[in-house]
Design a protein around this ligand. Structure first.
Ligand code: FE2
Ligand code: FE2
Length: 139
């Protein structure tokens, strides 16, 4: 997964978190390419569970602070993904096909979620005239 400007939502803390998620994912890919499947998949899932929980809390906190109207729907998507990752990291054994499935699923989810759902939030913030969490002053 290659980070580029298309993924930026214009909130530096959120964009930084997303870059870290890409980095975690790429480290996982490199470990698989090096032939470590089961161990690295389990380690990746634990790290992904921890870091995405941290990131979702931050993003959801920002949404609540600004009264984002799609907060509940967005949070449901986060919760569904977090549950999936948690269930996967709890299951001990996995074969190479399963590891490949995990890799594809996580890549698809992260790219799709950031490019669509997180972007909507960024656009909504832009549209309300500011990214600081407070409404822009009107004359
Ligand atoms: Fe999100
Ligand atoms: Fe996000």
């Amino acid at each position: 997964m290659q980070w580029d400007a298309a993924y930026a939502i214009g909130q530096s803390a959120v964009d930084g978190d997303h870059q870290r998620l890409f980095q975690l994912f790429n480290q996982f890919g490199a470990a698989i390419a090096a032939g470590e499947t089961r161990e690295s998949a389990n380690r990746f899932l634990r790290e992904l569970a921890d870091y995405s929980a941290y990131h979702f809390r931050r993003e959801e906190g920002l949404m609540r602070a600004v009264g984002y109207p799609d907060y509940t729907k967005h949070k449901t998507m986060h919760d569904t993904f977090a549950d999936f990752v948690r269930r996967q990291s709890d299951s001990g054994t996995r074969d190479p096909e399963e590891v490949q499935f995990l890799q594809s699923y996580v890549e698809m989810w992260l790219c799709g979620h950031i490019l669509v759902m997180d972007k909507w939030f960024g656009e909504w913030l832009d549209g309300r005239g500011g990214s600081s969490g407070t409404a822009a002053p009107t004359a």
